[in-house]
Design a protein around this ligand. Structure first.
Ligand code: NAD
Length: 440
């Protein structure tokens, strides 16, 4: 039996041992899906605090209930370590490490490099490796493949199988999860995709093989660039509608009644999270190397990046209209997470909105039911969420809704507030009809 056949057999009968490199928002739910399917899974993460929390039987990822961690740990299906040597016993490894941007806006590949360097120490014949981290097209072929085979001498598609499979998880979402969201799989060779498809399809409902790792890398970038550009478009529409004196929310709702050819996107205070503001810049960076300027990405990025500034300018104007100055006023920001009902503050526009309000001299506080503390690393300040919303609303001269969490009782907030700037249309009709409210 060839190496490939025996590996496929192990994957099919679930005796293959699975390693997940990087147990964050992506890695942990993926590890759980494999463990629930009956594989023995080991999560490997250098963050000792995460390992300790897991080993106490506590989940540190909102989408993974603590009961699941406890059950899978007890059953011996899922364990976690900070020791990379665990990789030597693995047959199949998914890499789910961060891919942020450097201060300069260029891709920060250091996590992929360090994870792959660690894996290269333990790589062996009969191993399948799937890179899941979002990255520029060409990474798997130009970086992962050589790093894993140069020293080991393993032959691609015969001894070792390397693929790219983009992660599509949408934290906080209940209807589409890691388990039932189709998974695109592109290999360095056809045999690579065949092995990885045999593995993932034992746990994930739909696996969609494509002809190359590059096609899979690019598919992810298309998905997120599509979102980024459409968000940029509605953000600009909001700016245009304000100049025209037209209600942008009414316009969008009216357009969305078209049953075909239109997809609804809504404006907001700016982009956030680990994906939409960042991933398209991986593509534009790569294209610059090829002397091509990704114009749509640059334009949308410029509009989206400017939204926190636009929101603060609108707050300033609205207060001015009410005979108030922002300087010295008490401003309460509602919601710090980058989107509703999640506990992730990475790249959140709330941080920029708060920073800009502070620069204008406002006395700013924030409330978020999911985020107890925030830290603006560039500016070096920290803030704790106020405890109770309604007393804080009562005390404030202005409330700025940045994230429309379901947690909030918007009727009560409207009743108690002196003035609200609603950047998400969280108040809907109530906001449209109230003199106290200005909407984006
Ligand atoms: N969070 C999302 O919604 C989402 C969705 C789709 C795709 N992605 C992509 O998935 C990737 C992972 O994102 P995430 O949100 O899970 O990040 P995360 O920061 O939540 O988790 C990454 C984990 O990797 C660990 N890590 C760092 N260096 C490591 C190393 N050398 N070896 C092993 N582990 C290491 C970190 O300690 C952390 O626990 C990124 O490329 C991201 O763009 C994220």
């Amino acid at each position: 039996m060839s190496t490939k056949e025996s590996l496929i057999r192990k994957l099919q009968d679930k005796t293959a041992r699975i390693g997940i490199l990087g147990m964050g928002y992506v890695g942990m739910p993926l590890a759980v899906v494999f463990a629930e399917a009956g594989f023995n899974v080991t999560g490997i993460d250098p963050d000792q605090r995460k390992v300790d929390t897991f080993n106490k039987g506590v989940s540190y990822i909102q989408d993974v209930p603590t009961e699941t961690v406890v059950r899978l740990r007890k059953a011996g299906k899922l364990n976690m370590t900070a020791d990379f040597a665990a990789l030597k016993d693995m047959d199949a490894v998914s890499i789910c490490v961060p891919t942020p941007l450097r201060q300069t806006g260029d891709p920060d590949m250091s996590f992929i490099l360090s994870a792959t360097e660690q894996l290269a120490k333990y790589v062996h014949a009969g191993m399948v490796v799937v890179l899941e981290s979002t990255t520029y097209p060409g990474t798997t072929r130009e970086l992962t493949w050589p790093m894993l085979t140069e020293k080991s001498g393993l032959k691609i598609g015969e001894d070792i199988f390397i693929c790219f499979s983009p992660e599509r998880v949408d934290p906080g979402r209940k209807d589409w999860t890691t388990l039932n969201t189709p998974k695109v799989m592109g290999g360095i060779t056809r045999a690579c995709a065949e092995v990885a498809t045999a593995w993932y399809s034992r746990a994930i409902k739909t696996v969609v093989p494509v002809s190359s790792a590059e096609a899979a890398e690019m598919a992810k970038l298309l998905e997120n660039t599509f979102r980024m550009i459409n968000i940029g478009l509605v953000n600009e529409l909001a700016i245009m509608c304000e100049r025209l004196g037209v209600d942008v929310w009414e316009v969008i709702d009216a357009a969305a009644t078209k049953p075909f050819g239109f997809m609804k996107f809504t404006p907001g205070p700016g982009l956030g999270g680990h994906c939409i503001p960042i991933d398209p810049l991986y593509l534009s960076w790569k294209m610059k190397e090829l002397n091509y300027n990704a114009k749509f990405i640059d334009l949308a990025s410029e509009i989206n990046t400017n939204m926190p500034r636009y929101v603060v300018a609108r707050v300033l104007d609205a207060m001015n209209d009410r005979g108030k100055v922002l300087k010295g006023s008490k401003v309460l920001v509602l919601g710090a997470a980058y989107k509703p009902d999640i506990d992730d503050v990475r790249e959140s526009p709330a941080l920029d909105v708060i920073a800009l309000l502070r620069k204008k001299g406002a006395d700013v506080s924030y409330h978020d039911p999911h985020i107890a503390h925030i830290h603006h690393e560039k500016e070096g300040w920290k803030m704790d969420s106020v405890e109770d919303v309604i007393p804080a609303v009562k005390e404030s001269d202005a409330v700025v809704i940045v994230t429309n969490h379901k947690f909030y009782d918007y009727n009560a907030i409207l009743a108690e507030a002196k003035f609200i700037f609603d950047s998400r249309n969280a108040l809907g009709k109530l906001g449209a009809e109230s003199e106290k409210v200005v909407r984006l």
